[in-house]
Design a binder for this molecule. Structure first.
Ligand code: AMP
Ligand code: ZN
Length: 138
């Protein structure tokens, strides 16, 4: 199990700084986000330190989503939400602030006032060229 002594989430795992834990097993921990976007906003992390999704192990990536599916119903029930968003910021350009792999669970309700990103008309982009380039880079 990798730990980074300078990592704030590793410190939470080690119990060196407090958190509001809602789920824990051998490999994963879920706790409330200290600056919630909505009531019940939860972070799920692997206990093994990695900086982001691309550096987590394949098992951790699968395990994180399994934990999301396991705990999201209880989160929604507890805060009276009817849905939730999952967010995984990857890279500082995405807004990632904490470089320990984590998944956001953000409970949602009708008319909760939260806005999602605005879509653009697809003609603004050359979808065919973008798809071809991505496929070539796989
Ligand atoms: P991100 O922008 O995806 O890196 O999100 C990091 C999240 O961690 C933010 O939403 C912070 O509010 C949250 N956070 C930072 N420090 C703590 C902490 N000590 N306890 C709980 N959540 C935290
Ligand atoms: Zn860490």
């Amino acid at each position: 199990m990798q730990q980074d002594p300078s990592c704030i989430f590793c410190k939470i795992i080690a119990g060196e700084i407090p958190s509001h834990k809602i789920y824990e097993d051998k490999n994963y921990l879920a706790f409330l986000d200290i600056h919630p976007i909505s009531r019940g906003h939860t972070l799920v992390i692997p206990k093994n330190h990695s900086t982001d999704l691309l550096h987590a192990t394949p098992n951790e990536r699968k395990g994180l989503l399994e934990i999301v599916a396991k705990i999201a119903p209880a989160i929604m029930k507890s805060v009276g939400a009817k849905g939730f968003n999952v967010g995984i910021n990857t890279g500082k350009e995405s807004g990632q602030d904490v470089f320990h792999t984590h998944v956001h669970i953000i409970p949602r309700s009708t008319r909760d006032g939260l806005k999602s990103w605005e879509n653009m008309p697809s003609k603004t982009h050359d979808l065919a060229e973008i798809a071809r380039n991505i496929a070539q880079n796989l």
